[in-house]
Design a protein around this ligand. Structure first.
Ligand SMILES: [Zn+2]
Length: 159
């Protein structure tokens, strides 16, 4: 008879075998290990360890198994937000506005080219600089305002 206690694996194997067979006593011998079985029959300490594991395994078996009944993929897809439209109307309208504005300015410049030339011919550099600064500032603030409004609208749409 062997003197050392059962290893952790042997103890667990005995506990599992006993749980599978449904019997309480005696533990079924592990294949090819009659020495371990002989030790277990005479060692209270190892029997207690086996009993602990059997109690543990029984508890695990009583736990409700996690079940994925039905079509899991379909359930996940149902939880996903609906796909967004790839076509962005806001981008479309912004582009349209830019083209429209640029076109309008170009057509205006072309139609009134003679008047514009006469207008700028009389300007001093200081006055031209002032106008350029004013126009740039207005455009900058308008663009910023438009951008902020656009962001707000997109945020209210995006959920
Ligand atoms: Zn032992």
């Amino acid at each position: 008879m062997r003197t050392e206690h059962l290893t952790e694996e042997e103890v667990q194997q005995y506990a599992l075998d006993a749980a599978d067979s449904g019997s309480t006593q005696p533990p079924a011998p592990i294949s090819g290990s009659t020495e371990a079985t002989a030790h277990l029959e005479s060692c209270a300490q190892c029997q207690a360890r086996v009993a602990d594991y059997r109690w543990l395994f029984a508890g695990i078996r009583q736990q409700p198994r996690p079940s994925f009944e039905g079509n899991l993929a379909a359930m996940v897809v149902a939880q996903l937000p609906p796909p967004k439209l790839r076509f962005s109307w806001s981008a479309f309208f912004v582009t349209l506005l830019i083209i429209d504005g640029a076109g309008g300015i170009a057509i205006g410049c072309y139609l009134f080219r003679a008047d514009l030339a006469a207008l700028f011919a009389g300007f001093s550099y200081a006055f031209g600089y002032l106008i350029a600064v004013a126009v740039t500032t207005v455009i900058l603030f308008q663009s910023l305002d438009m951008y902020i409004k656009h962001q707000k609208k997109m945020r209210s749409l995006d959920f």
